[in-house]
Design a protein around this ligand. Structure first.
Ligand SMILES: [Zn+2]
Ligand SMILES: [Zn+2]
Ligand SMILES: [Zn+2]
Length: 334
């Protein structure tokens, strides 16, 4: 792996230029060396696999995390789900995507999670900015790492709703990042498309959720050829009839709130009190779409207790019906 994460200037312009030059050298070297030194090729491209095919091109979405805010294992959980994960070293990070432009050598982060270091390290490219859906800890806490204690970013664009921007501006430690211009807030209007990096158009759509500190957005991310939906946190679909259909309009791959399987994984809780749409309900609503276009709907933001993370048969059955559970590291070409 290229240890770019150690460069304190990683998010600065100078570093970006250095990285660009390094990438050019890398690319020139790739063609010559690929045949003889596949492991060097992988290292040069910042990837972990030993023998990749052709160098990656175009714009891709990479899934960097598929768990609910607390990840797996989950702080304080002593149930089998997390006891086993601790014993085996299995970890799943909070839901997060990167949009990577291989030609430009830059990436957008979608969510700044508490696992941001690990997630950005997998991208191994300078960040062009960060998109944030809402102010719950699994989605924005990672912004703190752009401050002076860690990465000391310089004018990194952060896109979020007007209410999220006001919250960040008005409360420490986020206000310090804004005052020092380590991050620059870009307010987005629901329904109004914006271009966070060349070739990528994003539309934010408001969704109902527990909105204590900010409102909550879903993102529709459109590249040159395909469109990906990201809606990690949303209230039950019957809260807003027609919302699910609206979110899915023109979408090729949809990463959808899969926090709970059917709610029974939370013993003692009234199913009707759980605000998230159970996966079983989403599958019922989208059964036809999944049959006609298998792999379109992929669940993420799974709670540590979600049986889909622990029961291969349940997961195989879901896949037979044309749905997927998102996997960390999977890629979708835009
Ligand atoms: Zn969440
Ligand atoms: Zn657990
Ligand atoms: Zn949330």
């Amino acid at each position: 792996m290229v240890e770019r994460g150690r460069d304190p200037g990683w998010f600065r312009g100078a570093s970006r230029r250095r990285a660009g030059a390094a990438a050019a050298v890398c690319e020139g070297a790739l063609a010559l060396l690929a045949a003889w030194f596949p492991s060097l090729l992988a290292a040069c491209a910042g990837r972990t696999e030993l023998a990749p095919a052709a160098p990656r091109t175009g714009i891709e979405v990479i899934v960097l995390g598929i768990a609910q805010d607390g990840g797996l294992p989950h702080l304080g959980c002593r149930r089998a789900c997390c006891v086993q994960a601790r014993a085996t070293g299995r970890t799943l990070d909070p839901a997060c995507l990167a949009v990577v432009d291989h030609a430009a050598g830059s990436a957008l982060l979608v969510e700044a999670t508490p696992a941001i270091e690990r997630q950005v390290a997998q991208v191994a490219m300078p960040l062009a900015g960060v998109l944030v859906t809402h102010a719950h800890i699994g989605h924005y806490l990672g912004l703190a790492h752009f401050g002076r204690e860690v990465a000391a970013a310089r004018e990194l664009p952060v896109w979020g709703s007007r209410r999220l921007a006001a919250f960040l501006r008005g409360h420490g430690p986020w206000s310090q990042l804004v005052d020092l211009r380590q991050i620059v807030l870009r307010e987005i209007e629901p329904g109004v498309a914006f271009v966070p990096m060349p070739g990528v158009t994003v539309t934010a759509l408001r969704v109902p959720h527990r909105d204590e500190f900010s409102d909550t957005m879903a993102f529709r991310i459109r590249g040159p050829n395909r469109t990906v939906l990201f809606v990690p946190d949303v209230d039950r679909w019957d809260r807003e009839p027609g919302l699910l259909e609206r979110l899915l309009e023109g979408v090729d791959v949809a990463y959808v709130d899969g926090t709970f399987w059917d709610g029974r994984e939370l013993p003692g809780r009234d199913l009707r009190e759980i605000p998230h749409p159970p996966i079983t309900d989403t599958m019922e609503r989208l059964a036809e779409l999944a049959r006609e276009r298998p792999g379109t709907v992929r669940f993420l933001h799974l709670n540590h207790t979600n049986p889909l993370l622990h029961d291969p048969e349940l997961r195989a059955d879901l896949e037979r019906r044309g749905f997927r559970v998102a996997e960390q590291g999977e890629r979708v070409r835009l």
